[in-house]
Design a protein. Structure first.
Length: 317
C-alpha cells in the first residue's frame, strides 16, 4: 500500500454507531464522550467529528436506523453544512428501543421482514432523502428469514430497480456463507445485492475469501469493526503494539491500515467516538505495512466462534 493507492477520500468511511446513541459496546469509548451523553451533547460531538472528517477528505458516512439518532444527526449536519458530495449508506432491520438510556434492558430489536423494510425505508428517506446512496440489510446471517421470504426479496429488488443500490451487512462466525448465499439471490435474472459490509479485522478475518470473491465479481465491499470494537486499541496484542510503535502510529491506525492493504480493496468503516480518535484512525492512510508485517499481524486471528462469543459478552455502556 502506498499513499498514491490509498487516500482518505476513497478508502475510508466514518460510521456513527458509537455517536448516534448514548450506549454501545465499543471499548475505549466512554472517556472520549461528553459527560452525561445527553442528546444535544452527542449531536454536538457528532457534528465535530463529521466536520473534521470532511476536512480530512472523508466523503462516505455510514449510519443505521438502530444507531439511535445517527440519521437525524447526519441529516441535520448535511443541511447545515450544505455538502452535496457525501455518500451516505444506511441500514434497516434493527429498531433502536433504548430510549436514550445508558442502562436500558434492551437497546435494539432485530426484524428482517418486508413490513420492517417498508417502515424503516420511509423513515430513512424522511430524514435523508436522496442523499442515501446505499441501503443495507442490517446484520444478515445464514439463518435470516430473508433468504426464504419472497415478498421481502422482491421488495429489495424493487428498491434496487428504482435506482437505490441495495446491500447487506453481516455478523457472526458464518459471515462467508452469508455473503456467498446473499449474492446468489436474483429476481428475474438480476442480482438483488450490489454491496456488502462485513466484519473484518486482525482478530476476525474469516470473511476475507468471500469478500475477495465479491470484489472480483464487481460488488462494492465495505469492512466494519476494523478495530474489533476497540479490543485492538484498549489491549493491543504485542505484535500489533510493536509494529505500531515502529511506524510512529497507534494500534488503531495499523489495524485499519491492515484492512486497506487487502488486495480486494475494501472501504474501511471507522467508528470514532471523538475528534481525537478520528485523527488517530485516519493516520492509517499514511501507514505502509510490509509483507512480513502483514504476515505477522495475520497470525493474530482468533477462531471465529470464539471471537464472536467474546463479542457477544461485551456490555453496552
Amino acid at each position: 500500500m502506498t499513499d498514491s493507492e490509498t487516500t482518505v477520500g476513497d478508502r475510508i468511511a466514518v460510521g456513527l454507531a458509537a455517536l448516534g446513541r448514548p450506549a454501545y459496546i465499543n471499548l475505549g469509548r466512554v472517556d472520549a464522550l461528553p459527560p452525561g451523553r445527553d442528546f444535544e451533547a452527542m449531536r454536538a460531538v457528532t457534528y465535530d467529528v463529521l466536520d473534521d472528517a470532511y476536512r480530512a477528505g472523508v466523503r462516505w458516512i455510514d449510519v443505521a436506523r438502530s444507531y439511535g439518532s445517527s440519521e437525524e444527526f447526519l441529516a441535520g449536519w448535511l443541511a447545515d453544512r450544505g455538502h452535496a458530495d457525501v455518500t451516505v449508506s444506511s441500514k434497516w432491520g434493527y429498531r433502536y428501543v433504548g430510549e436514550w438510556k445508558l442502562d436500558a434492558e434492551v437497546h435494539e430489536v432485530k426484524e428482517h421482514t418486508a413490513a420492517r423494510l417498508s417502515e424503516q425505508w420511509t423513515e430513512s428517506v424522511g430524514l435523508l432523502g436522496k442523499a442515501i446512496s446505499l441501503y443495507q440489510v442490517h446484520s444478515l446471517t445464514v439463518d435470516s428469514p430473508l433468504f426464504t421470504d419472497d415478498r421481502l426479496i422482491g421488495a429489495l429488488a424493487e428498491l434496487a430497480a428504482d435506482g437505490v443500490p441495495v446491500g447487506f451487512s453481516t455478523s457472526g462466525p458464518s459471515q462467508a456463507d452469508a455473503v456467498r448465499r446473499a449474492f446468489e439471490l436474483e429476481v428475474s435474472g438480476t442480482p438483488v445485492f450490489s454491496a456488502v459490509q462485513s466484519t473484518w479485522n486482525l482478530l476476525e478475518p474469516s470473511a476475507g475469501p468471500a469478500l475477495a470473491e465479491a470484489h472480483a465479481a464487481g460488488k462494492r465491499v465495505l469492512v466494519k469493526e476494523t478495530v474489533a470494537n476497540g479490543r485492538l486499541v484498549v489491549e493491543p496484542p504485542v505484535p500489533l503494539a510493536r509494529i505500531a510503535r515502529e511506524h510512529g502510529a497507534g494500534p488503531d491506525a495499523v489495524a485499519v491500515a491492515a484492512v486497506l492493504a487487502q488486495d480486494w480493496r475494501p472501504i474501511a468503516v471507522i467508528g470514532p467516538s471523538s475528534t481525537a480518535q478520528l485523527a488517530e484512525n485516519l493516520v492509517a492512510a499514511k501507514v505502509e505495512l510490509a509483507e512480513e508485517e502483514l504476515a505477522e499481524l495475520a497470525a493474530l486471528a482468533e477462531e471465529p466462534v470464539a471471537y464472536w462469543r467474546h463479542r457477544s459478552c461485551l456490555g453496552w455502556h
